[in-house]
Design a protein around this ligand. Structure first.
Ligand code: UT7
Length: 328
């Protein structure tokens, strides 16, 4: 069987750095509260442009790393909950901005698990022998849907984009080995955006009532995320007969340091083997996992042959894990 391997990675973080002290200046909050409850010290904001710009920059870096031109890409999948617009898709805009004239593409809505959903989707096209080069991108401009007056949510999120290139694996045993994804729509109430969709189209009232922003019951999401992300990580270890010694890295969705730590604990992994960048970027939704891959690969900590478990939990609820033997 053809395996799908990640052959390049790229991450784009917008330039503007927003430290926790920014929120201290106008909200009833402190740097100490934010860091101790979440692990976040600062995040990045995109000042001009939209999600397609974050995605395109990440894709450019990924193709540059691989040393190929955009015309070689067959398919572009963009995981996002902050598309530039409802239609056309953000993937269409990325295809155009990138100059990927031979590619088609589509968006995928999986919130914080969007990247893992998109990865599993891209893998199918490679494994089936349909395509040779699939760009899988996670990108979100979370500031577009964040109420900056709501201290419960505004401190959590940032903007970012990151991408991987999937190609047929050249060596047996390397690449995406396994994945498992779940959805449970009964979690809708705990984390959603109330208006702007077909259920409640935009009106003067929906704007006045601040219904176009993230609504989150943080405590409720926290409780299920702690269990869900750990369970699915242990599940993928068990069904591949892996113990913690055989895993080089956990690559968790970066929503809360305490959720990350409890997942690592359940897997029996010390924090030295957990990828973390939440301190510098906050929660960038679909971009968190590939951004970790790009950073740890770039600085040499993620090495060829490493077994890594990617894990996520987010709105939907959506959750999942992927097992990869790193091939670059
Ligand atoms: O990626 C998508 C999935 N999302 C997640 O995984 C997020 C999951 N949830 C969380 O990460 C955490 O629940 C939060 C970080 C959002 C909140 O942490 P918490 O420890 O669950 O705090 P809490 O919601 O229980 O709030 C504790 C207190 C409350 O005050 P009272 O009711 O005890 O008087 C909040 O009003 O902290 C208050 N609070 C704040 N205080 C200072 C909430 N936000 C802030 C703030 N600064 N920014």
């Amino acid at each position: 069987m053809i395996t799908a391997a990640i052959t390049a990675v790229g991450h784009y973080a917008p330039e503007k750095v927003v430290p926790n002290s920014h929120f201290e200046s106008y909200l009833d909050t402190t740097d100490e509260w934010i860091f101790s409850r979440t692990g976040i010290r600062e995040r990045r904001y995109l000042e001009e442009g939209a999600t397609s710009d974050l995605a395109t920059e990440a894709a450019r870096k990924t193709l540059a790393m691989r040393g190929i031109g955009p015309e070689e890409v067959d398919l572009i999948i963009v995981a996002t909950v902050t598309p530039d617009m409802f239609f056309p898709s953000t993937a269409s805009l990325v295809q155009y901005k990138l100059g990927a004239r031979n590619a088609w593409g589509f968006d995928l809505s999986g919130a914080c698990s969007g990247f893992l959903y998109a990865l599993a989707t891209g893998v199918q096209f490679i494994q089936a022998g349909t395509y040779k080069k699939v760009l899988v991108i996670g990108a979100d401009k979370m500031t577009a849907i964040t109420d900056m007056q709501d201290r419960n949510t505004c401190i959590l999120f940032g903007d970012g984009g990151a991408a991987v290139l999937l190609e047929p694996g050249e060596e047996e045993g390397y690449g995406v080995i396994d994945w498992v994804n779940y959805t449970d729509g009964s979690g809708m109430e705990a984390l959603h955006m109330k208006a702007g969709g077909s259920l409640r189209p935009a009106t003067v009232e929906t704007v006045q009532d601040k219904m176009h922003y993230i609504t989150q019951d943080g405590k409720a999401v926290f409780k299920v995320a702690v269990v869900g992300m750990a369970d699915v990580s242990v599940e993928i270890m068990n069904r591949n007969n892996l113990s913690s010694e055989n895993i080089a890295w956990l690559v968790p969705h970066q929503a809360n340091m305490r959720i990350i730590q409890s997942t690592a604990d359940r897997m029996g992994l010390p924090m030295e083997r957990v990828m973390v960048n939440i301190d510098r970027y906050g929660n960038t939704t679909a971009a968190t996992i590939p951004s970790c891959l790009a950073e740890y690969h770039a600085d040499g900590r993620l090495k060829r042959g490493d077994n890594i478990v990617l894990a996520s939990f987010g709105a939907g609820y959506t959750w999942g894990a992927s097992l990869i033997r790193w091939s670059i």
